[in-house]
Design a protein around this ligand. Structure first.
Ligand code: HEM
Length: 108
């Protein structure tokens, strides 16, 4: 809750207003990353914010990073044949913006 009237990026915020602060593009910030929308697994340096920073950084990071390490080698076997097979659907949530579904087909 805002304790003192202020302004943020031209928008007035009154005392008592509730403000939710979100990172607008974060890991795909064009001012920070060249070709921000390209999937580049070899980006270096890669100062992304996906798992937060500091004392409250994500405890699940090692577990989550294990998932692509386990699945990508299997997917890469079908790489030449992977095709979009339908409309991807996003989570209808402004905070968690992941995909609900990404229909793919393989030629194999
Ligand atoms: C794509 C997967 C994930 C992403 C992008 C993600 C991202 C994040 C972010 C941004 C935070 C907040 C960091 C902060 O407050 O500065 C966080 C916190 C946390 N995450 Fe994750 N997370 C993921 C998966 C997981 C998994 C799989 C687990 C557990 C098995 C997990 C457990 C936690 C916990 C316990 C915290 C709170 C840490 C604390 O407040 O000290 N996360 N995560």
């Amino acid at each position: 809750m805002c304790v003192r009237a202020t302004e943020l990026a031209g928008a007035p915020i009154a005392t008592g207003d509730t403000v939710t602060v979100l990172l607008g593009s974060a890991c795909r910030d064009g001012a920070r990353f060249p070709a921000p929308d390209a999937l580049r697994l070899d980006r270096h340096p890669n100062p992304h914010l996906a798992f937060g920073r500091g004392p409250h950084a994500c405890l699940g990071q090692p577990l989550h990073l294990a998932q692509p390490r386990a699945t990508l080698p299997h997917l890469s076997r079908h790489q030449a044949g992977l095709r979009l097979a339908g409309t991807p659907h996003r989570e209808p949530n402004p905070v968690l913006r992941g995909l609900i579904s990404l229909p793919l087909s393989t030629a194999a």
